[in-house]
Ligand binder design. Sequence first.
Ligand code: ADP
Ligand code: MG
Ligand code: MG
Length: 255
Amino acid sequence: MTTLEIKDLHAEVAATDGGEPKKILNGVNLTVKSGETHAIMGPNGSGKSTLSYVIAGHPKYTVTQGTITLDGEDVLEMSVDERARAGLFLAMQYPVEVPGVSMSNFLRTAATAVRGEAPKLRHWVKEVKESMSELEIDAAFADRSVNEGFSGGEKKRHEILQLGLLKPKIAILDETDSGLDVDALRVVSEGVNRYQERENGGILLITHYTRILRYIKPQFVHVFVGGRIVEEGGPELAEELEANGYVRFTSAVGA
Ligand code: ADP
Ligand code: MG
Ligand code: MG
């Protein structure tokens, strides 16, 4: 059983023009445990991606207050690699391209880093093949450079491929649904659900839209506005957002 605990988290980004830093997170409190699915839902610009970057250790953002712990260990003291080894996984809203590095090499390197030893090659090849076929990814993709020339949907499938292979304890999925057609959304969502069933992982699903929640069912829904959680509930809260949008929440905080 793993617990990711975020307490009173404040974070800012340095201004590019040398002015005052911009405060983005304003006191986030959130606990995610193994086997739980949490949805963070909020309007554009509310700080959702910043929250995921701060958990992952992106150097652009400075934590000014609060804590993040994984089973009591101080995540903010860990390097990005240490966070991955500790069992945190971040699927980026904008996955990066890595020219010259094939998918299969990239995945094996990542798995080696997380597991602490290189997966046995024959076993690994089989594991990757099976995972690719579950996600309906063409076998030829294994030899292509990471994300280079991949469509939006292909990048998202590869994120979920990584999720299945790296088997993190807690997965943070930022806008995994953006830019996906209905078929890709179903395949990607099934991959997320399989990960949770197999690994009993904890999921923090960050999204602007409600449509992915038809396929991935959160027990906990958090409304995120102005850099913090302003309302919490169960699946019924997502239904309310689908019907009425964020207006009730944004007008309440003047965002
Ligand atoms: P969301 O994911 O909810 O759309 P973001 O976390 O991407 O929100 O952004 C929150 C706010 O912080 C936005 O106003 C955005 O422009 C700003 N912001 C985020 N990252 C940076 C950055 N690196 N430099 C300057 N401003 C940023
Ligand atoms: Mg955004
Ligand atoms: Mg975002």
